[in-house]
Design a protein around this ligand. Structure first.
Ligand SMILES: Nc1ncnc2c1ncn2[C@@H]1O[C@H](COP(=O)(O)OP(=O)(O)OP(=O)(O)O)[C@@H](O)[C@H]1O
Ligand SMILES: [Mg+2]
Length: 455
């Protein structure tokens, strides 16, 4: 049983969250930076017009007959016109005495010498921007300082700012959505090689312990290297245990054959019925062990060869007919008629030794589990794919057990009293898988088991 893997978060989510979070912070930052920059520029625009207005009023002032005269040029206020009809206030002071204009206009410390000073303040409960400048007026008997202050409400400015903010917000949201899309694309692209590796390892058959050779990103190289080395060690240890089983089976089989021939000979000499029964049980047990040893040996050989298939061009019909001839004596012993139905030739490529072994096991089952004096049909066909179908006239596979019969050492409830080790179908199935084919077990509607070995 495989241990459930403990999950600690998801790489995809972590990556996507980081990218999207970063984009959100950037979008908000972008919004405030652009807004404040736009506000600064708009303010500078208003300031320079206010400054020009103050200067034009100051320039129009002069001293006549000891009195100060200011002739407002038309342009000094008209240049302040805005689309929101912002209100304009002004105040002219002579040495801090209000000469003309609005009383109580917030004071701005003017720089002497023409340059305007600016500030933002409240006037009549409305935020206004103020510009002020001073100039020294010198007449025949008068020397006085004239200060001009012009203020304007900021409706148009805040309108412009709102418009800019809205546009920047739309732009920022668009940017954010684009980054979200990019983040999903980037995470998929980054996770892709990992997913591909997972699929390629998951798709492998249980025997497939080849190293991963497809190229992977450099960050995944340590993972794939460890995976490959793990599989190499696993392959080695599997190989060693298969070798061990084959060696053990081989060593057991030879002495078993000797024991069996001695037991047979003894059986001939023994007269007492209970002794004869004991001898028969002994021979049967030896047959069981010998069959198991033989099947284990074959299974180990198949596991080894399945990894290094010796593929040749073969004729499936030839192979099956050859097998039918070789199994003829066993069929005759059971009075079973082996009936081969095949076209002239069915060309395939495969490992002849493995294929013979697999099909022999299937036919062997048909001979073993079918009743005496029946017919076993072996059909070779080409479509939909090359296949061998073996059907007998026996009781068929026990219903409900079919799914598990091709597991190692699995025997059906109908196998009682029949010598076998439960490896025949495992061998056939492994050979089919190694050839990219399948083994299908089923029962004929008219009775009898049908096994299809397809390529
Ligand atoms: N033609 C058949 N008709 C009925 N049952 C079958 C047939 N072939 C196989 N089976 C069932 O499937 C089981 C598994 O078959 P498998 O060939 O793997 O093992 P086995 O024949 O019991 O032993 P062996 O390893 O000696 O072949 C059998 O025990 C039997 O119950
Ligand atoms: Mg069998």
């Amino acid at each position: 049983m495989t241990e459930a893997v403990r999950v600690s978060g998801s790489l995809r989510n972590r990556l996507a969250t980081t990218l999207i979070g970063g984009a959100a912070v950037l979008a908000i930052l972008l919004f405030f930076v652009v807004r404040s920059y736009a506000a600064q520029i708009a303010q500078q625009g208003q300031d320079s017009i206010l400054g020009a207005s103050v200067t034009s009023i100051l320039d129009a002032a002069n001293v006549r007959d000891g009195r100060i005269e200011v002739d407002f040029p038309y342009a000094s206020f008209s240049m302040l016109g805005t689309e929101s009809d912002d209100r304009i206030f002004y105040a002219i002071y002579q040495d801090d005495q209000l000469l003309s204009g609005y009383d109580g206009l917030p004071a701005v410390d003017p720089k002497v010498g023409g340059d305007s000073s600016y500030r933002t303040a409240e006037f009549q409960d409305t935020p206004v921007r103020l510009a002020a400048a001073s100039r020294m007026l010198v007449g025949a008997d008068l020397r006085t300082q004239l200060t001009v202050s012009v203020a304007q409400t900021q409706d148009s400015l805040s309108g412009t700012l709102n418009r800019i903010s809205r546009n920047v917000a739309i732009f920022g949201t668009g940017f954010f959505l684009l980054v979200v899309l990019l983040a999903f694309w980037a995470t998929s692209a980054a996770i892709g090689p990992l997913a591909r590796l997972t699929t390629s390892v998951a798709r492998r058959g249980p025997q497939d312990l080849r190293p991963v050779v497809s190229p992977v990103p450099s960050e995944m190289v340590p993972l794939v290297t460890s995976l490959n080395s793990l599989m190499a060690r696993l392959d080695q240890s599997l190989g060693r245990s298969e070798d061990f089983i084959a060696e053990a089976a081989h060593r057991v089989r030879t002495p078993l054959a000797t024991v069996r021939s001695h037991a047979e000979a003894t059986l001939q000499r023994v007269d007492r019925e209970e002794n004869r029964q004991a001898m028969r049980a002994m021979i049967r047990a030896i047959d069981e062990s010998s069959r198991a040893a033989g099947q284990l040996l074959d299974h180990a050989m198949i596991t080894f060869r399945a990894d290094h298939l010796d593929r040749q061009d073969l004729d499936l019909v030839d192979l099956v007919q050859d097998l039918a001839v070789r199994l003829g004596p066993i069929a005759d012993m059971r009075d079973v008629d082996l009936h081969v139905d095949a076209p002239n030739a069915v060309p395939i490529t495969g490992d002849a030794i493995l294929l013979q072994n697999a099909i022999r096991n299937i036919v062997d089952n048909a001979l073993k589990y079918a009743p005496r004096e029946s017919v076993v049909h072996i059909d070779v066909t080409t479509s939909p794919s090359p296949r061998v179908t073996v059907c007998d006239e026996g009781p068929g596979f026990p219903i409900g057990e079919i799914g598990g019969l091709s597991y190692r050492f699995a025997r059906g409830s109908n196998a009682d009293g029949i010598i076998g080790s439960g490896l025949g179908l495992t061998i056939a199935q492994d050979v089919a898988t190694a050839h990219g084919g399948a083994l299908t077990l089923g029962n004929h509607p008219k009775g009898g088991a049908c096994v299809i070995f397809s390529f």
